[in-house]
Design a protein around this ligand. Structure first.
Ligand code: PLP
Length: 436
């Protein structure tokens, strides 16, 4: 807008100066805008009719799209939808598949936020959950009912580091046309790509390893683009039936991409957990160093786990890279580039030993988060697992002396030195003498 004395101050303050110049930035620009201008009436009608182009950030934004394309490519998926948190990703993925009267089968060892979502929130909407032991394939098969619409599990679980046999569990679902949805937050596409092993949908909390530096929240849903209307259409009428106005169904419009299209066009924008383009930018920046961080974090974590396993104060280390772990062989099959960096350690001295360590670490930060470049520690019994019964905690590998570590990219000697000083004064006692 040219300087013009005839135009009022309030008008000029919102219209003068706008960055429309065409430049070629190498980094992804941050399109921090609620919406986009339409050149013509036909262009706006075309956008509303077909979804092409950009209209409003909740339905599409170039910064967000760049990160979605990057994640779809890294996962070997067909399309990705970025949302505002990992919790939103799990919610949208499940609500895209199940509705009132439906049922999901879920591994019993999952993030507590997801478990609460299933037990408290989705249950209120009429979606029922059956929990099964992660490695019990017969239990997965037996739990399926005619109303089951999804199988759900985490690739590598907190707290016990159980490894999901993705090929086996996804095959059980496929026999009945039911997709396996996998939360791959702990493994990232650098360590494991679940779609290559038969999962249909992958979700992540992008707040963790993908962003990597603990500054933003985000989540992503990646669909494999292999929806088979003939095998699964009867389970998902919202994908194969004509729409509310009698128009073509998702399957007719998108074929094998119908499920991903439904997540992108309907579930995510309607439930509405849109990410900020600024957060999307930071997640995109984080992903550019994902392999370097995760490789280093995995090496550091295994070294810390091996060191802790030798300590007299330690009763047990649940890290899948250790030969002592029950899923060590499964881990070798699925996690060929590294075994992740989040694991638990149980101290012989029980609660007081755990209290002493989390309050004595100096380099390692005491907080609830994981996948950060910095090493973090938390006491699960009193925090993430406090809503579970003693028996559930026992099955999850959480006792009063258990602490969870998320190992970062620091120098390994500094991490070991910090743990060494934090263990000074921790009693070395036999398990039987500890009062639980
Ligand atoms: C495995 C897993 N999935 C999902 C979430 C939820 O992610 P967010 O905190 O980004 O909502 C978390 C959070 O810790 C998690 O650990």
């Amino acid at each position: 807008m040219a300087a013009n004395a005839d135009i009022g101050f309030s008008t000029r303050q919102v219209h003068a100066g706008s960055a429309t110049a065409h430049a070629s930035p190498r980094a992804t620009p941050i399109y921090l805008t609620a919406g986009f201008t339409f050149d013509t009436l036909d262009a706006s009608a075309e956008h509303f009719g077909t979804g092409t182009g950009f209209g409003y950030t909740r339905t599409g934004n170039p910064t967000i799209q760049a990160v979605e394309e990057r994640l779809a490519c890294l996962e070997g998926g067909d399309q990705a939808v970025l949302v505002s948190s990992g919790q939103a990703a799990v919610t949208v993925a499940l609500l895209a598949l199940a509705g009132a009267g439906d049922h999901v089968v879920v591994s019993e060892h999952i993030y507590e936020g997801t478990r609460g979502l299933l037990l408290d929130n989705l249950a209120r909407l009429g979606i029922e959950t059956t929990f099964v032991p992660t490695g019990d394939l017969a239990a997965w098969r037996d739990a399926i009912t005619p109303r089951t619409r999804a199988l759900f599990a985490e690739t590598l679980s907190n707290a016990r580091n159980d490894v999901l046999d993705i090929a086996a569990v996804s095959a059980i679902g496929r026999e009945r046309g039911i997709p396996l949805v996998v939360d791959s937050t702990f493994t990232t596409p650098y360590l494991l790509r679940p779609l290559e092993h038969g999962a249909a949908v992958v979700v992540h909390s992008a707040s963790k390893f993908l962003a990597g530096q603990g500054a933003v929240l985000g989540g992503v849903i990646v669909d494999d683009g292999r929806f088979d209307a003939a095998a699964s259409g009867h389970l998902f009428p919202h994908l194969v039936q004509t729409d509310r106005l009698g128009g073509a169904s998702f399957a007719e419009r998108h074929g094998a991409r119908a499920r991903g299209a439904y997540i992108r066009e309907s579930a995510a924008p309607r439930f509405g957990p849109s990410p900020s383009p600024l957060n999307a930018f930071l997640i995109g920046q984080g992903i550019e160093t994902l392999s370097l961080r995760v490789e280093r974090q995995s090496q550091n974590a295994l070294a810390v786990a091996r060191w802790l396993e030798q300590r007299p104060e330690v009763e047990r280390v649940d890290h899948v890279g250790l030969e002592s772990h029950p899923d060590f062989d499964l881990g070798r099959r699925y996690l060929t580039r590294g075994t992740g960096s989040v694991f638990t350690v149980t101290l012989r001295g029980g609660l007081e030993a755990a209290r002493h360590v989390v309050q004595s670490v100096e380099l390692i930060t005491h907080m609830t988060h994981l996948g950060d470049v910095r090493s973090l520690v938390l006491h699960p019994q009193s925090t993430s697992h406090s809503a579970r019964t003693v028996e559930e905690r026992r099955r999850a590998g959480v006792s009063p002396g258990t602490i969870r570590l998320s190992i970062g990219i620091e120098d390994i000697d500094d991490l070991l030195a910090d743990l060494e000083q934090a263990l000074v004064g921790v009693p070395v006692v036999e398990r039987e003498t500890v009062v639980l």
